[in-house]
Design a protein around this ligand. Structure first.
Ligand SMILES: Nc1ncnc2c1ncn2[C@@H]1O[C@H](COP(=O)(O)OP(=O)(O)OP(=O)(O)O)[C@@H](O)[C@H]1O
Length: 781
């Protein structure tokens, strides 16, 4: 509903007043920032002049210390104020652009006065600091705006629930202090405003959605009850957006106790990381830690193996069907991502408590100091009732003691004498100082040749043994590669797991393939997490207890192992897990959240669903929802546009020609990004080589960290999580997208389109599209 001119005028007058107040505060703050900067420079310059340094006697020294401490405290207090003032300055500059986006008039139960509440990205008090001119969108009262249409409403505060009536709900678009539009809204948060926002062009960076958060998204953002919050949402339903606004909400709600670095987000790839990296700064918050699971694996295992990434395995799955060993590798990848394999690994680890643990010899040069079999004997002499990590720690202590004993014996050996000859002056001096420290108060002197030799020998042996000591402390005497390898060394060995193994057709081939890769220093992607899991079962799980919130985006691609692993790694964290089972692009991961849910008590878990899709126009959603089972539950947001267009091509050169003509036409439209989505990296390269001769295009490869506006050529799996104004499926033929295994990949690719979707194909059309109602698309003549 449009507002009358008079309303508009009076709202504009209010905006003017608020902007004037912002300007006043900006001026005052600039003054304050300048003063503080001056003071800081002053204190730093005169730091030593303003303290009296005197260490002559203990009393003076204590005074000096106290005065230094006081001076340092003054400095750090000024620095803190300066930092706060700068942050506030930035927030005011942002508010100046657009002071608020919403207004609600709320009448509390029992009162006949309706309070006007204006909402913006941060709060603003009036000059007397008594009244809020703008409320932060995360304040308790602000949730009224997201949760209710006009009528009865309530909101939660730390002191309890407040009941009342919402008399008005109004939305604004304000730019540079001018109201550009203003709507009074009904049931949902203004379709008009959402229409305006969603109708815009795609950006190479994600935007914040605070002005138009929907009720069901608000439930995710403000959820405080659950330890594990699972969001299953359709493509484009705002899962990532809700997750990021949730981070901003948590940082506000718990600002006294929660820092951005205590929140970590796992995302699918570095490009996605950079795509979302501007949302929080735009909201005036620092970014949380961002990482990928692969990055973690490489940090942990990269020194010992070449760790394969998930895309290499996916490429293999998509392109190598005619290669020998394909079926075995597929079965291997599926099995190794399953809870069955996890159980097998757990049982294997338990069995190692009785037999089969493999150790390295502890060596110095070519000589074995403590042999693997001695270590094994020590290990199996321990109480088997203790758990493996404790036994390993005890073992390490025993080994350190043995090493110490060896140190004595070693000092007599001839190599030590040779080493002493080679000692440089510094080492000699260090040894001498060590002797003095050790002999303080005794009559021994360094003049005695025999004594000197003894000291130097001890010094040499200790230095030489230091790295071995280090190895022991890091449990590097456990031969992890060999322990993992043993699982596959003899296909018939794991008899007690026969029930599991018999389900597998290719177990002997899986064993042979795994051994070959391991012996080549490679860790296949499907083995990396199980390997690390086994290692942690033996050595003890590393724990990060500082992180308080873990977010996992695109969680449908995580295996039972990965979930279990993350849970162990962050034992004190709450988890927010976002995914869409229909976009499970890794064909070997079952795409289910159950393995993570098992790690929490039922009452700690909450599952929320998002079924409304905001990214794409209604015709695109009507088309894509037919591609997946259960798609009828997906509700399109009512934004108009063209139906997806099928373009049949005679041959490869016709296909390239038609894509070029299409892009040339689309470039006359105000679009920022046009993505040519290919199935694989190989197909992307082929498309790139063919198109680059005629058009400026960018090829996106798996190591890419950013993308620029323009025409992109990108493999389907890298496009996940991201969106484009226009998507052109490079070849939606039955040959490329005929197998059920790639249905979800195909769906994911098509759902990247915001405004237009084209599907070019050579030969027969994909059966996924053929099965759709013909009125959901058009054909290009
Ligand atoms: N409440 C909202 N207001 C405005 N825009 C929204 C809202 N919710 C979602 N969007 C927009 O919809 C698009 C899709 O959102 P987002 O990427 O968060 O969805 P998703 O569920 O993570 O998608 P996918 O699983 O397909 O990657 C984005 O452009 C986002 O800005």
């Amino acid at each position: 509903m449009e507002n009358s001119n008079q309303e508009w005028h009076s709202e504009q007058l209010r905006v003017n007043r608020v902007v004037a107040e912002i300007d006043r505060q900006l001026t005052a703050l600039q003054q304050q920032v300048g003063n503080l900067r001056g003071e800081i420079i002053d204190i730093r310059k005169n730091f030593w002049e303003d303290v009296t340094v005197n260490f002559d006697d203990p009393h003076e020294a204590a005074e000096t210390y106290a005065s230094l401490k006081q001076q340092a405290e003054v400095l750090s207090e000024r620095e803190r104020s300066h930092r706060h003032a700068l942050l506030r300055h930035q927030a005011l500059l942002r508010l100046r652009q657009s002071p608020y986006f919403g207004r609600i008039d709320f009448r509390e139960e029992g009162s006949n006065h309706s309070e006007q509440i204006y909402l913006g990205i941060s709060s603003l008090l009036d000059q007397d600091e008594l009244n809020f001119l703008v409320y932060d969108w995360r304040a308790p009262v602000s949730s009224l705006y997201y949760d209710y249409p006009p009528g009865p409403a309530q909101y939660e505060t730390p002191g309890g629930t407040i009941y009342g009536t919402l008399d008005l709900k109004r939305q604004f678009i304000i730019r540079d202090g001018k109201i550009q539009s203003m709507f009074d809204t009904g049931i949902t948060i203004g379709d008009e405003l959402l229409q305006a926002v969603l109708g815009k062009q795609a950006d190479t960076q994600m935007k914040s959605i605070v002005a138009t958060i929907q009720k069901e998204q608000n439930q995710i953002i403000r959820n405080e009850r659950s330890q594990l919050l699972i969001v299953q949402g359709a493509a484009g339903s705002g899962k990532t957006s809700a997750a990021l606004q949730r981070v901003a909400y948590l940082l506000y709600r718990y600002r006294q106790t929660l820092q951005a670095e205590q929140i970590v987000l796992f995302s699918p790839n570095p490009m996605f990381n950079s795509y979302i990296s501007t949302v929080l700064p735009e909201l005036g918050e620092e970014n949380m830690q961002q990482t990928t699971f692969q990055d973690y694996l490489e940090r942990r295992l990269g020194d010992h193996f070449h760790v394969e990434d998930p895309y290499t395995l996916l490429e293999f799955a998509l392109t190598a069907a005619d290669k020998p060993g394909y079926a075995a590798r597929m079965e291997s990848a599926r099995f190794k991502a399953s809870p069955d394999f996890m159980q097998l690994i757990e049982q294997y680890a338990a069995s190692l408590g009785n037999t089969g643990m493999v150790f390295h010899d502890l060596r110095h040069r070519d000589e074995v100091l403590i042999s693997a079999s001695e270590i094994s004997e020590l290990f199996y002499r321990q109480d088997p009732a203790l758990n493996l990590p404790n036994r390993m720690r005890l073992l390490a202590e025993q080994l350190l003691r043995r090493l110490q004993e060896r140190e004595q014996a070693e000092q007599e050996k001839s190599w030590v004498e040779d080493e002493i000859e080679l000692l440089d002056k510094d080492a000699y001096t260090r040894a001498y100082q060590q002797l003095r420290r050790e002999r303080r108060g005794t009559q021994d002197s360094f003049d005695d040749y025999a004594r000197e030799q003894e000291i130097l020998s001890r010094y040499v042996v200790r230095q030489t043994f230091k790295p071995i000591q280090q190895q022991i402390k890091q449990l590097a005497f456990i031969n992890m590669p060999a322990i993992y390898r043993k699982l596959f060394a003899d296909p018939s060995a794991i008899r007690h797991h026969a029930g599991l193994i018999e389900q597998l057709h290719y177990w002997p081939d899986i064993c042979a393939q795994t051994i070959a890769r391991l012996d080549n220093g490679e860790l296949p992607y499907e083995d990396a997490t199980p390997y690390l899991y086994l290692q942690e079962l033996i050595e003890g799980f590393r724990r990060n207890t500082t992180v308080r919130h873990v977010f996992i985006d695109e969680a449908q691609d995580y295996s039972a192992f990965q979930f279990a692993f993350l849970r162990h790694l962050f034992p004190r964290s709450r988890f927010t897990v976002l995914g869409d089972l229909n976009q499970a692009i890794q064909p070997f991961v079952p795409g289910e959240f159950a393995p993570l849910m098992e790690r929490f008590k039922p009452e700690q878990i909450e599952m929320l669903r998002l079924s409304r899709s905001y990214r794409s126009t209604r015709p695109i959603v009507e088309f894509t929802k037919g591609l997946i089972p259960g798609g009828e539950a997906i509700e399109p947001f009512n934004r108009d546009g063209n139906k997806p267009t099928l373009i049949s091509c005679r041959n490869q050169s016709d296909l390239i020609q038609k894509i070029c003509q299409l892009i040339t036409r689309l470039q006359t439209e105000p679009y920022q990004t046009i993505a040519v989505i290919c199935k694989t990296a190989d197909e992307s390269k082929l498309a790139y080589e063919a198109l680059r001769e005629q058009l400026p295009v960018q090829l996106v490869e798996k190591n890419a960290t950013t993308f620029k506006p323009g025409v992109l050529i990108i493999p389907s799996y890298l496009a996940k999580g991201i969106e484009f104004d226009v998507v052109i499926l490079f070849n939606a033929s039955a040959e490329q997208y005929g197998d059920e295994m790639v249905r979800k990949l195909f769906y994911t690719a098509c759902t990247r389109a915001m405004h237009e979707l084209y599907l070019c194909y050579r030969g027969e059309l994909s059966p996924f599209v053929k099965a759709l109602p013909p009125d959901t698309y058009v054909r290009m003549p």
